[in-house]
Design a protein around this ligand. Structure first.
Ligand code: NAD
Length: 484
């Protein structure tokens, strides 16, 4: 099966922070892959804009080495790289001053789709919006893309929203959460709303609980300075995991359109009960002989910032009343593995007797590695010996089911940037969603700030603190193994 690529209209994409790490590792390689796929046509232009003094030729060199480093498709690079680089431009510009803005404005072509990617810290969002407006670049056709972190609490997120809203309508603002751009995450919606099989079971009557795990094997590395101001709850739960929870829990939207989908997600966030102190565990990884512990990788050796968090959430509505959602995320865990597991209840009565054991169907949505969906079903173990039951996976790994061409589906940034150009906000967070998510996480953070209790230490390479295991054990449940 060959996937269809529909070219987008010609566009100008300005990357503020075009020389930064995100541009180098994600944005430029993603654009290049869309160019190779024939989706970004020859008239499109990408304009890097950042403080570094360089000209367009130097920026093309910068982009060339970024693409060669972060894109492993050498055939595509050999055939297309020079063509792509010709569509790149650069302007030296200061977001906080007047340098470079006239030059940028002079580059703009009337009547074209314009996207401004704010690949800079959130402290510059307001300045950029203000100058885009004052230099006449904020017209009805322009869109802005903003990265996480979108604030560090409700008050700062509100201030960011208000700053952007002064010059841009909500329909022009694309708040990126790259988890929503993942193929499997969108498949979650297809599985739920495109099939009759799952939706009738998708409620507290049949679902025992849901587990969402985002585990990283790496520690904070050289990003300790940034991470220590954030922590796992802000960095992962408030945004990525909250979005996953919403897609699992939301009611079917009337249409697959931006506001219909986001209205339903918002209702889920607003229905979340406050998290009690007993329902949340935070941890910090210890060092090993070879690798330093969390506290040795950040400036403040007494830091209480969590590198791990596990929590039990409840959604106070008819569909989910009584079904807990367990979330955990952390660094330096056993493996790099992210998944959502929808664990159904056991059959109410086993006709096979107690020897048949306990069996529950589990729908697993794997985000990494090996994106795919797996449904665990119980069957008879083949062969003689009576009715012995065994659980086997019905594996819906896309590459196997749909053919090798589909294994090469676009990565999240590719899809999301093309959605910006197409003007489709479905997979982007709306301002009220972000604020509602902070409204839910703020009290957890405040509770920690008002407490003198330090995070629990956990061994590098483990599944996190034992207390996180207890969070489920005391409910008679257990976490799934963290496996790569
Ligand atoms: P970075 O520090 O590597 O790059 C920052 C960029 O902003 C540079 O190009 C720099 O020249 C430019 N810049 C800084 N001050 C400027 C000013 N006054 N005027 C014009 N340009 C200015 O940062 P990054 O890692 O690329 O991250 C950018 C944003 O994306 C941050 O908000 C970060 O939190 C977010 N983010 C990054 C990643 C990632 O993987 N790097 C992932 C998710 C989100």
């Amino acid at each position: 099966m060959v996937s269809r690529v529909i070219p987008v209209e010609p566009f100008d994409l300005v990357i503020f922070g075009g020389t930064g790490d995100l541009a180098r590792r994600k944005i430029l390689p993603a654009l290049f892959r869309r160019f190779c796929a024939g989706q970004m046509g020859p008239e499109a232009r990408v304009i890097g804009a950042a403080r570094s003094e360089m000209d367009t030729a130097a920026y093309r060199d910068f982009a060339r080495s970024a693409i060669l480093e972060f894109d492993d498709d050498t055939v595509c690079a050999e055939e297309n790289l020079s063509g792509f680089l010709e569509q790149l431009h650069y302007v030296t510009l200061d977001a906080r001053g007047e340098t470079g803005w006239d030059a940028l404005s002079a580059l703009m072509v009337e009547g074209r789709i314009r996207a401004f990617y704010f690949s800079v810290g959130p402290g510059l969002f307001g300045d950029l919006a203000e100058r885009l407006h004052s230099y006449g670049m904020a017209d009805a056709e322009s869109r802005i893309v903003v990265e996480k972190p979108f604030g560090r609490d409700l008050a700062s997120a509100r201030a960011l929203n208000q700053g952007l809203a002064q010059h841009f309508d909500e329909t022009q603002i694309y708040r990126i959460d790259h988890y929503l751009g993942k193929e499997t995450v969108q498949n979650l919606m297809a599985i739920r709303f495109g099939n009759m099989l799952f939706e009738p079971l998708w409620n507290a009557q049949y679902v025992d609980h849901i587990q969402i795990t985002v585990a990283e094997a790496r520690g904070v590395g050289s990003r300790g300075g940034y991470y220590d101001k954030s922590g796992a709850l802000r960095d992962m739960v408030q945004n990525h995991m909250m979005q996953l929870l919403c897609l699992i829990a939301m009611e079917p939207p009337a249409k697959f359109d931006p506001d219909a989908v986001r209205d339903e997600k918002l209702k889920v966030i607003r229905a979340l009960d406050p998290v009690g102190a007993d329902d949340v565990v935070r941890g910090q990884y210890e060092g090993t002989k070879e690798r330093p512990g969390y506290r040795n990788q950040v400036e403040n050796r007494d830091t209480h910032t969590e590198s791990f968090v596990a929590l039990r959430a409840h959604i106070g509505n008819w569909r989910w009343s009584g079904t807990p959602f367990y979330l955990r995320t952390g660094k330096r865990l056993k493996a790099r593995a992210s998944e959502i597991a929808v664990v159904l209840k056991e059959a109410p009565h086993s006709i096979f007797g107690t020897q048949a054991g306990h069996h529950a169907n589990i729908l697993t949505i794997r985000l990494q590695p090996n994106e795919g969906i797996e449904l665990g079903v119980t069957i008879k173990e083949p062969g003689p010996g009576g009715m012995r039951l065994v659980d086997v996976p019905l594996d819906m790994t896309f590459a196997e089911a749909l053919g090798p061409d589909t294994a090469d589906f676009p990565d999240a940034y590719e899809r999301l940037i093309m959605d910006v150009v197409r003007g489709d906000q479905t997979l982007f967070m709306r301002g009220d969603e972000v604020e509602a998510a902070w409204r839910w996480t703020d009290p957890i953070i405040e509770g920690w700030q008002n407490s003198s209790v330090a995070p629990i230490l956990y061994a590098s390479g483990s599944s996190g603190p034992d207390d996180a295991l207890m969070l489920m054990h005391r409910d008679g449940r257990r976490w799934r193994e963290i496996r790569a």
